[in-house]
Design a protein around this ligand. Structure first.
Ligand code: HEM
Ligand SMILES: [Cu+2]
Length: 575
């Protein structure tokens, strides 16, 4: 099994036809180069949803490595008290770029990339509704990201202050006004994130149009795979909140460049307004990052438990409920901003409320595993890891929704521990599980199971060492975003342990990268349906042809492929 081009070889587009004549003596050497150029050309002009999906995931993983290096530098700085490895200024830039990159350039593109790859296959369609818009979205995301990183070179600007953005991923006013943020760093943040945000919006439009208009015969809404349901909710959320972020960014740009005063209290503006606009986007954003992961494990758990998903209609209803409630909880990020007690109570209540549909989901996943014949292949390992870590992160979230508790622990390492449990334990574990589960679909061969298990366990141990102690250092009063601390406050040990976890996490990720490279170069073909699954993407070849299906499939139930494999035991018995 060979490289990225597998499966498209048979369908080299007519336009890219510079196939060299290798029979000519001496042609062999430059044919390699022509080949590479031809292939590069094919990938840059592609409008195939599967290739775009792969491009999204690959670029996201590239940014993941960069943001990981930034995190490592920060943990190195904090390993001992009064360390002077980094300057305070560099530290500010590192946590800003780390958070911004992880949310906008890793989470969003990887999740939307996997959606791009899977959704048309899962609903039996030949492509997304707007293939060219799809390609446009990918390039917007990529160039937005590059624009953000260009600030390392370009942001010294007219004012002579330098380098990357340094006001946090939430860019609070007034830190971002001209007086506190000189140079162009903040402008790079505004424009870079705005451009890649437009990319996310195009993908969202495309997903909505595709899911509502391109389903194969028989695929009713209530027969769609849960992953497709969750992706449509994610798309709706993106369309509801990204424009608000964009508007806020434009206002900030006006403040900074045109002398407007939206966020300047001295000129009748309001710094709190930025927080409201930002978190109206920012909280749903965390659901945009977690719901696709819910979707992945909702596909993985049933297949590896050999049971239908428990309570499908309830799962759909819970997803839709989460969508709406998540739009009404943003001010739990602002409990310490001095809102009225009434508002604080209201937002605490809505935050508690959202744990109801989330809890329903968790019970349904466990209900699916209950009494099943569970196989602990790597995708399932990550799914169960997800369950454990997400429950823990969710519980600390509920704790933070208790206003007086949040007053105590807001802006401490407790919060950092909390959201890394949800973001890494939830989103990233979901992504890793998805990579292991759908890799054979994309490339025709399975990732190595043994290496996969090493990745899982080493990463899990490293993750726990790093993030569990943060809850303790937080409760001992360690504020977040400090570049160093004095000895004898009881924080040394916890910080030391946190940093010791980092090399283990790096090892886990390196094994994964090695596993991917090795498998792409010499993996064994594994057939079209290696997991004995039942959704439509496994009904075509692995990798699928450019047109996805030789014949448009017909959907007979929630598990169309099961029906095909077990005509004696149709799926309707289980609905
Ligand atoms: C589902 C995935 C989740 C993600 C990705 C996530 C992410 C985050 C992030 C990034 C922050 C930090 C805000 C800051 O910069 O101060 C935060 C804070 C917070 N989260 Fe979560 N969260 C998630 C789930 C939850 C849940 C389920 C709850 C509660 C039911 C929750 C409640 C809170 C609260 C109350 C805060 C405010 C802490 C503070 O401002 O001090 N979160 N979360
Ligand atoms: Cu929130």
């Amino acid at each position: 099994m060979s490289t990225l081009s597998t499966g498209h070889g048979a369908s080299t587009p007519a336009g890219g036809g510079s196939v060299p004549d290798t029979r000519r003596p001496g042609a062999a050497r430059d044919s390699g180069r022509v080949d590479l150029m031809a292939r590069l050309h094919e990938w840059t002009v592609t409008v195939d949803h599967k290739r775009l999906g792969i491009l999204y995931v690959a670029s996201g993983l590239f940014f993941f490595v960069i943001a990981g290096i930034q995190a490592t530098l920060m943990r190195l700085q904090l390993v001992v008290p009064v360390n002077d490895f980094l300057t305070p200024d560099t530290f500010n830039r590192l946590f800003t770029m780390h958070g911004t990159t992880m949310v906008f350039l890793v989470g969003m593109p990887v999740l939307l990339g996997i959606a791009n790859f899977l959704v048309p296959l899962m609903i039996g369609a030949r492509d997304m509704a707007f293939p060219r818009l799809n390609a446009f979205g990918f390039w917007l995301f990529l160039f937005g990201g590059l624009l953000l990183y260009y600030s390392y070179i370009g942001s010294a600007g007219l004012y002579g202050a330098g380098s990357t953005p340094d006001a946090g991923w939430f860019m609070y006013a007034p830190l971002t006004t001209r007086s506190f943020s000189r140079g162009n760093a903040t402008d790079y943040w505004i424009l870079g994130i705005m451009v890649s945000g437009f990319g996310s919006m195009t993908t969202a439009v495309n997903l909505v149009a595709t899911i509502f208009s391109m389903r194969c015969p028989g695929m009713t809404l209530m027969r769609m795979p849960l992953l497709v349901w969750m992706m449509i909710v994610v798309a709706v959320l993106i369309l509801a909140v990204m424009p608000v972020l964009t508007a806020a960014q434009v206002m900030l740009l006006f403040d900074r460049s045109l002398g407007a005063h939206f966020f300047n209290p001295q000129q009748e503006g309001s710094a709190l307004l930025w927080q409201h606009l930002f978190w109206f986007f920012g909280h749903p954003e965390v659901y945009i990052l977690i719901l696709p992961a819910f979707g992945f494990i909702s596909e993985i758990i049933p297949v590896f438990s050999r049971k239908v998903i428990f309570g499908y209609p309830l799962m759909v209803a819970a997803t839709v409920a989460i969508c709406f409630i998540s739009l009404g909880v943003w001010a739990h990020h602002m409990f310490v901003a001095g809102l009225s007690p009434f508002l604080n109570a209201l937002f605490a209540a809505s935050t508690f409320l959202i744990s109801v549909p989330t809890g329903i989901k968790i019970f349904n996943w466990i209900g699916t595993m209950w009494g099943g014949r569970i196989r602990f292949d790597v995708p399932m390992l990550f799914a169960t890891g997800f369950l454990a870590l997400f429950v823990f992160g969710g519980l600390t979230g509920i704790m933070l929704a208790v206003v007086p508790f949040d007053w105590q622990l807001s802006d401490t390492y407790f919060v950092v521990g909390h959201f890394h449990y949800v973001l890494i334990g939830g989103t990233l574990f979901g992504i890793f599980g998805a990579i292991f589960y759908w890799f054979p679909k994309a490339f025709g061969c399975k990732l190595d199971e043994r290496l996969g298990k090493w990745t899982f366990w080493i990463f899990l141990i490293g993750f726990t060492l790093t993030f569990f102690p943060m809850h303790i250092s937080g409760m001992l009063g360690m504020p977040r975003r400090i570049y160093t601390y004095q000895p004898d406050r009881g924080w040394e040990l916890w910080n030391l342990i946190s940093t010791i976890g980092v090399p283990l996490q790096i090892a886990g990720v390196s094994i994964l990268v090695w596993n991917i490279i090795r498998t792409l170069r010499r993996g064994e073909p594994c057939g079209d349906d290696p997991w004995d699954a039942w959704t439509l993407e496994w009904a075509t070849t692995s990798p699928p042809p450019e047109w996805n299906f030789h014949e448009v499939p017909v959907c007979t139930s929630r598990r169309p492929l099961w029906d095909r494999k077990h005509p004696e035991d149709p799926d309707e018995h289980y609905e």
